[in-house]
Structures are given as structure tokens and as C-alpha cells.
Design a protein around this ligand. Structure first.
Ligand code: ZN
Ligand code: ZN
Length: 165
């Protein structure tokens, strides 16, 4: 059987990591500290034992949001990446930073005391896809031509030659 290897990383690609076992406890945390750390409505996290996590490129920078918790991120692009209880033997990774986030549906939500009152209305909002060619062909082409986001798979070299960030 092939070794489990789930990869992910930050937006700019300076930090890449791998999990060598299926993560568990996929969840979202609405607590105010997670909202702030992610600049979002909640933190989407799933975890593995610390020895099943490896940084494969760059360095995970950390911020201690309290004496108990260390939050990892990319110092170059700011992507929030991890959550770790200091001294604990697990680490949780931001589901959106995984290369295949679709596979890690949250099973529970916690930190509900800070859940934003309109959170439940989000799926009902009117919507559309990312700005389409028809709306702004020039803008769409320029974004595609100048995209600095690391692709959703490991790369031998990043950024590619002639495309420095
Ligand atoms: Zn980065
Ligand atoms: Zn939280």
C-alpha cells in the first residue's frame, strides 16, 4: 500500500508541508481568536499527530496567540496554516491550505459562542462564479498571466524560472 501523503502549503509557495496519515477531527472554529487569526468568519482545521507532519519547503513562522497556542503562517505571504497546543503532540492544518480541501469536509463546529449571527444565511446569498470572460476578458487574462499563487501540488522549484514573485 502506498504511503499516505497529503500535501499543502501557503499561497506564495514559500512554505509547503505534508501529512503522512489521514488527518482527523475536521472542524470549523468560530471562536474570536480563530476569526482574527484567519481574518475570516471561522478557522477550518483538521489535524494529525505531530510526527505525521513535515514541513517540506521553507519555514513555518509562528505566533503565540496565548501561552497555550501557537499558530503557524507564512511570513512571506501571510497565509494562516496551522494551530498547535504548545507542548501537545498534535498539529492542525488549515483545510483551505491543503491541495485538495474538497476531501476534508468539517464534521463539527466549535467556538459557537462567537459564531456570527448571519453565518447561517451565507449559503442562501445570491451568487456567481469568479468574474467571467464576458464580464472582463482583459482582467481575467491579466490575472491568469500574472498569477503568483503556488499550484495545488508539490513543485521541484518555486517560483519557476523567469517568474519571480
Ligand atoms: Zn507564502
Ligand atoms: Zn478557535
Amino acid at each position: 500500500m502506498a504511503e499516505t501523503r497529503i500535501t499543502g502549503g501557503c499561497q506564495c509557495g514559500a512554505v509547503r508541508f505534508a501529512l503522512t496519515q489521514q488527518p482527523d477531527n475536521p472542524h470549523i472554529c468560530h471562536c474570536r481568536m480563530c476569526q482574527k487569526a484567519f481574518g475570516s468568519f471561522f478557522a477550518p482545521l483538521t489535524g494529525v499527530p505531530l510526527d505525521r507532519f513535515e514541513v517540506t519547503r521553507g519555514t513555518l513562522s509562528t505566533f503565540k496567540s496565548s501561552d497555550l497556542v501557537e499558530r503557524g503562517f507564512c511570513r512571506d505571504c501571510g497565509t494562516p496554516l496551522s494551530f498547535h497546543f504548545v507542548g501537545g503532540n498534535r498539529i492542525s492544518l488549515a483545510i483551505g491550505s491543503l491541495d485538495e480541501p474538497e476531501k476534508f469536509a468539517p464534521a463539527i463546529q466549535v467556538g459557537n459562542e462567537a459564531r456570527l449571527s448571519w453565518f447561517d444565511t451565507l449559503p442562501g446569498l445570491p451568487g456567481r462564479d469568479t468574474t467571467s470572460e464576458q464580464d472582463d476578458p482583459e482582467g481575467t487574462a491579466r490575472i491568469a498571466a500574472t498569477n503568483h499563487q503556488h499550484p495545488d501540488h508539490d513543485t521541484a522549484k518555486w517560483p519557476p524560472a523567469g517568474k519571480a514573485g
